[in-house]
Design a protein around this ligand. Structure first.
Ligand code: KG4
Ligand code: ZN
Length: 342
């Protein structure tokens, strides 16, 4: 093993509101992971403004890449390939990363490897769990996606279920706004919920008929909005903490329920979570318990690798690179890229 040459990937991520670059060695070791978060900028507007995101990416991307190389102590010549998220995401935001990656790879004479953003989220689990290898099941829960995925091998996926409406993170963000917590809602609900009673209010747990692995979060979101409106109409106040905790419990119950159904059905012994919502403390606890009860090993990334970052893209790009994936100079941003497409 040690005689093999190290493979260094420079990775770039700009699909939403984080401008990020990282250097990853051999798909598992993060040499640098630089993230410029635009959250403060978008907080003013209560959500991500695509035009502002693209402009900020342009402003920051060179700086972030230079820092990633410097912190890793490598130059462009040491890099074996440039990996970049080319979808899904905001088209203008993705374009900045893709154009940058193409320019760097072309100028330095390095191969270009386009990466699916969700493949990156899943791959985040490989960073801190060196022993983790496919096959396993992974629940990807982020601001834009809710997917239950069977990871058959590196870069090979079956989507077992997905959301029919809102993504889990989107529901967190909308409910947080409704109860006055502001943007981004996930971390704020997580924090406030710790002071609340998760059984105070019974919000619905939606199941999609004949699709046991699909999700629907628009019902629970509406139920929270109705509950708040009802309180306003009656001139009553409501407990922000109880609403946050009860909403979080309703979402968590469904995520755990569907995931464990799949774990049992497919007889796997490894289960992972990924994406921004995977940073949620209640979800991590509930999943850990459910996995333990079933004798299944539970994997989850540190919060910094749950939310958008380029290290996870570097890991995914490494396995794609090893599988022979190379993209041409005509690589474009694909805002609705499907998982498994190349
Ligand atoms: O993966 P990510 O950074 O971006 C996308 O690919 O969408 O996920 C962002 C989402 C946001 O909706 C945010 O509110 C949610 O992840 N999130 C959380 C937590 N931290 C971030 N949701 C619940 N609890 C958290 N602790
Ligand atoms: Zn993401």
């Amino acid at each position: 093993m040690n005689e093999e040459k190290d493979i260094l990937i420079l990775a770039i991520e700009s699909s939403c509101d984080e401008t990020a670059a990282a250097v990853v060695r051999n798909g598992r070791e993060v040499l640098s992971n630089i993230i410029y978060s635009q959250i403060d900028l978008h907080t003013l507007y209560g959500g991500v403004v695509p035009e502002i995101a693209s402009r900020k990416h342009i402003e920051k991307i060179n700086q972030v890449i230079e820092k990633a190389l410097a912190e890793a102590g490598v130059s462009l010549q040491d890099i074996d390939a440039v990996g970049v998220t080319y979808g899904p995401g905001l088209v203008g935001a993705l374009l900045v990363g893709v154009a940058e990656a193409k320019a760097i790879a072309y100028a330095a004479g390095k191969p270009l490897v386009g990466v699916h953003h969700i493949e990156g989220h899943i791959a985040a689990n490989f960073i801190e769990h060196r022993e983790l290898e496919p096959p396993f099941l992974c629940l990807v829960v982020s601001g834009g996606h809710t997917h239950l995925v069977r990871v058959r091998d590196y870069g090979q996926f079956d989507i077992l279920g997905r959301t029919r409406d809102d993504a889990a993170g989107e529901a967190f963000d909308k409910v947080a706004r409704a109860i006055g917590l502001g943007y981004p809602g996930g971390p704020k609900i997580d924090k406030v919920a710790k002071e609340g009673n998760p059984d105070a209010i019974q919000f619905p747990r939606a199941h999609v008929e004949d699709a046991p692995y699909d999700f629907s979060f628009s019902g629970v979101k509406s139920a929270v909005l109705n509950y708040i409106n009802g309180c306003h109409m009656k001139g009553e106040s409501f407990s922000q903490a109880d609403v946050a905790a009860s909403f979080q419990k309703a979402v968590t119950d469904v995520l755990v329920g569907n995931a464990m159904h799949a774990v049992e059905e497919f007889g796997v012994d490894k289960f992972a979570i990924a994406g921004g919502v995977a940073a949620n403390s209640a979800l991590r606890q509930a999943m850990a318990r459910a996995c333990e009860e079933r004798g299944v090993t539970f994997y989850y990334p540190s919060p910094i690798y749950c939310t958008d970052n380029a290290a996870m893209i570097g890991v995914a790009a490494y396995y794609e690179y090893r599988n022979g994936t190379r993209h041409g100079w005509d690589l474009n941003a694909v805002p609705n890229l499907k998982l498994g497409e190349r």
